[in-house]
Write a protein that binds this ligand. Structure first.
Ligand code: PRP
Length: 218
């Protein structure tokens, strides 16, 4: 394997990365040093398998993959849709399941039904734009925020939000509800377009092994 080049993986930081590493362990891909919580290292290597891993902010994962700085990325479908990068989406990993929804106080339902000009706060302006402009044909004002999106309708920044709902507890605890569902989401594996050709054998085997494990788990 000495002349084999490294395959590089970009993993979205946080819950997705932990679940990805647990899944990879089931197909014999391990990376001990990445589990060390005190380390400041950014790149982790499995010399035997010629694999490298790094953790990145979710929205940056498709960027690393499009430019070939990573051959493979693991990231939420929300990020893939929002970033719109030229990458191949090759596998649904079936975890990280949640929904992209339009949420707000119950009274806001009417504003959506009557196509009123409303404000929509979101971390996902492209997804929100596509939903309101192309699917609903409703003109809205989109306000980009970077987190704690549920605050927006509570403090009067917007009438509704376009955000991820997983358990629904953030909405419940803040007196908001799901008004409309945009789409279901889950974690996906993405691949650089050139890597898919140059490293086809290794990447195809990886996808096949992962599919087998995912099918066994149902
Ligand atoms: C996400 C999302 C919601 C929450 C939904 O936020 O933006 O706020 O999780 O999860 P739930 O339905 O299980 O309550 P995240 O934790 O990523 O924080 P942030 O939006 O402040 O970045």
């Amino acid at each position: 394997m000495s002349d084999t080049r490294y395959l590089t993986f970009a993993l979205g930081k946080g819950r997705l990365a932990n679940k990805t590493l647990a899944l990879f362990e089931k197909i014999g891909i391990t990376c001990e040093e990445i589990h060390d919580k005190d380390t400041r290292k950014l790149i982790f290597v499995n010399e035997d398998l010629k694999l490298r891993f790094f953790l990145a902010k979710g929205p940056d994962v498709p960027t690393y993959v499009e430019y070939g700085a990573a051959d493979i990325g693991i990231v939420g479908e929300d990020t893939i849709l929002e970033e719109g990068r030229n990458i191949y989406e090759v596998l649904d990993l079936k975890f990280g399941k949640c929904r992209m929804c339009i949420c707000g106080p119950a009274e806001a339902k009417e504003l959506l039904q009557h196509h009123e000009l409303i404000r929509v706060a979101t971390k996902y302006p492209n997804i929100a734009k596509d939903y309101f402009y192309n699917k609903k044909h409703q003109t809205v004002e989109i306000i980009k925020l970077n987190g704690s999106i549920e605050l927006a309708p509570i403090v009067g920044l917007s009438e509704v939000i376009c955000d991820i709902v997983e358990t629904g507890s953030t909405l419940r605890e803040n007196g908001l509800i799901v008004l409309e569902e945009v789409c279901p989401l889950s974690a996906r594996m993405v691949v650089n377009q050139v890597s898919m050709k140059m490293e086809n054998e290794r990447i195809t085997k990886l996808i096949k092994d992962l599919k087998n494990v995912l099918n066994q788990e149902g």
